[in-house]
Structures are given as C-alpha cells and as structure tokens.
Design a protein around this ligand. Structure first.
Ligand SMILES: Nc1nc2c(c(=O)[nH]1)N[C@H]1C(S)=C(S)[C@@H](COP(=O)(O)O)O[C@H]1N2
Ligand SMILES: [Mo]
Length: 353
C-alpha cells in the first residue's frame, strides 16, 4: 500500500476538486483523499470546537481536580507530564460528520498522556462517585430554564468509563506537543467515543455524586431515534457516546501501471472490525483487504483492486461488518433518526472515468 510518486488520485464527481471550506472560522476538515498513511498527519487532522479557541498561558495553567478523597488538588503541567505516560493510537469522529465536509470530521492520531485511572487512584475516588465531569477553558452563555448564564464546555463520563485503561489526559499528539487547536496544554482522550467526549483545553475534573446535565450532554449532541416496540414506534433521546460502526470510500488511485484501486477508512468503538465490503455500481459486495492500525481504536484502511472499469460514471459504496453488525444503508440509518447526530449510513461516492 506504499504510494509511489507517480500515482494519481482521481477526482470525485460528487465534490469540488478540494474539500469545501467549513462554514465557521477555526474549523478544518480532514481531506480523506489525502490520507496515504494509516494515520492522518497532524496538519490533516480535523479541527472543531463550538466557541472561540481560548488563549492559555501554559506556565500559569493548572488542572484542578475536585471531589477526591484528598480534597481538591491542583497540578501544574510539569507535574502531569512528569508522571508515567501511555501512548494510544485512536481515531475519533465528530458525531455530526456527514456529507457537508465529505465525511472529513474524522481523524486518527497517536495520543500520549497520563492515564486518568492512575491519577484518580492516586488521589482517591470517594465511594459515592457516579460521574467524572471534564470542564474546558472555553465557553459561552448557556440557557437554563429560561435564563442565560455563563458556562464552560463540559462533558461527563460514568465512573467505570472514566477508569478505562486507555482514557488519557493527553499532552502529546503524533510525537509532538499538543497544538492549541487540538486542546493544548491538556485534552481528554476517550478511545471509541465520538469527538464531543474528547474535551480540549481541560481545566477542571470533578468527581461527582450526581448526573451532569450540561448543554453538550443533555441539550446538544443528543440523538433522537425511533425504536420499534411491537406495532409502536417509541422515540428516545440519548446523549452521544460511543461511536457507531462506519466506513467511507476515501479515494480512487491510479497506480503507475495504470490499474485502479479503491481505498477507504473504517472505525468503530474498539470492537474489532471483521470486514469491509465495497460495491461498485449494481455489482455484488466484494471484500476489501484490511490494513489495521496498532490498536483496536485506530481506524482501518481498506483497499480493493478495480481491474477493468468501463469508461463513464460509477457509484462506489462501502460497508463495514463487526460480528453480527453491518453498517446500515443511508436510508436505513436515517429512517428512524430525527437528528443529524451519529450519521453512520453507507456513503455513496460518484466518479467519472
Ligand atoms: N473544550 C472543548 N472541547 C471540545 C469541543 C469544544 O467545543 N470545546 N468540541 C468537541 C467536539 S464536538 C469535537 S468533534 C472534538 C474535535 O477535536 P479536534 O478539534 O482535536 O479534532 O473536540 C471536542 N472537544
Ligand atoms: Mo463534534
């Protein structure tokens, strides 16, 4: 799968020759057609946040941890970086990813940081703790029962999820210090969860005996989905959490000998992906070759040779499989879903040869 310099990435017929610019400043899409390595280089990794990127002075920055058995503890960056760190390759997708940015709100990187579990065990977790709340430095006014109050970007995890071995307080990304746009000096990584859980610009971690109902847990990033209960359809709202099984065709490459190959990416919540299949036009589903990353949380690259395509327009689509799960068609995925979040449907691409 090593690309040589004479290989050509063919243009899609379903999008402009480059990924369209995002609607808000400070936001960047991953251009999936440029991903030649199993990992997106940091400059290609998408950037998204809901408020302005905060200015943080790393020298005066501190992380405050409240509600531990030791009481409230604050740590400098030096005190965090000097503790033993762990590296995890993990991909995450924004739960709002879809056609607008050509599926470009997804990325994969090698993250390095302090395992949250080791820090919390050091500081002591009181027995009444139900959730861990992660609070960023950025924020805006939030509407609560008719009134506006200043608030911070924040998300919570149930305690068992927060104590997962790969949940990290990240200070390095792809072997370099974390960049401001990705949450420097410290961000949370929760492998297998949608992007909204990966809190950037962390300033406070709270051990809490009660459920956290902040804006990005209970108001936004809430998926509404119809569930069939016998003859009835019951609508259910759930907070965006673990990622759904998904794959996308990213590009078609012409090798120096002239043969074509279809390449793409697939990701899930840490459950192993067994297969990715590709369908060309009205043909059957063909199994693609898989190139796995170094951890079950990394995305998988898939490749399928396309030996003798006819000239003209073609439609390419992929679907991932994991155990009994199959990535749904676009109409199956959207049929009972009333919000744009967790868009896991198959994504058909058009190309003209
Ligand atoms: N503090 C803070 N963290 C945040 C956000 C935010 O608005 N503020 N956005 C979240 C969302 S919705 C996504 S998809 C990811 C994007 O991470 P990235 O910019 O490093 O790709 O950051 C998450 N962390
Ligand atoms: Mo997101």
């Amino acid at each position: 799968m090593q690309g040589s310099s004479t290989e050509e990435i063919l243009p899609w017929a379903d999008l402009p020759s480059s990924v369209p610019p995002p609607s808000r400043p400070g936001i960047r899409y991953t251009d999936l057609s440029k991903i030649a390595t199993a990992r997106a280089p940091t400059p290609e990794f998408f950037v998204l946040q809901h408020h302005d990127i905060p200015r943080i002075e790393p020298g005066s920055w501190k992380l405050l941890i409240t509600g531990c058995e030791r009481g409230d503890v604050s740590l400098t960056l030096e005190e965090i970086v000097s503790r033993p760190s762990r590296r995890v390759a993990a991909a995450f997708e924004c739960a709002g990813n879809g056609g607008v940015g050509m599926q470009g709100l997804v990325g994969s990187a090698e993250w390095e940081g302090l395992p949250l579990a080791s820090l919390l065990h050091e500081l002591g977790v009181p027995s009444q703790t139900r959730e861990v709340v992660f609070v960023g430095a950025d924020g805006a006014e939030e509407r609560l029962r008719g009134n506006q109050y200043p608030s911070r970007f924040a998300r919570s995890l149930a305690l068992p999820d927060a104590l997962g071995p790969d949940v990290l307080l990240v200070h390095r990304m792809n072997g370099a210090p974390l960049l401001a746009e990705h949450g420097a000096p410290l961000r949370l990584l929760v492998p297998g969860w949608y992007g909204v859980s990966q809190v950037k610009w962390l300033e406070r971690i709270e051990l809490s005996p009660s459920r956290f109902m902040g804006w990005f847990m209970a108001k936004e990033y809430v998926t509404v989905r119809g569930l069939r209960r016998g003859d009835e359809i019951e609508h259910r709202a759930t907070s965006v959490g673990k990622m759904r099984l998904k794959s996308v065709v990213a590009r078609v490459v012409r090798s120096d000998e002239g043969s074509l190959r279809i390449e793409g990416l697939a990701w899930f919540d840490g459950t192993p992906i067994d297969a990715v299949e590709v369908r060309i036009d009205e043909g059957g589903w063909e199994p693609a070759a898989l190139e796995r990353g170094s951890s079950p949380h990394d995305w998988i690259r898939f490749t399928l040779a396309w030996p003798s395509p006819s000239p003209g327009e073609h439609v390419l689509v992929s679907r991932a499989r994991a155990g009994a799960r199959i990535q749904p068609t676009d109409s199956e995925a959207s049929e009972l879903k009333a919000t744009p979040w967790e868009n896991d449907g198959q994504f058909a691409r058009r190309i003209v040869l």
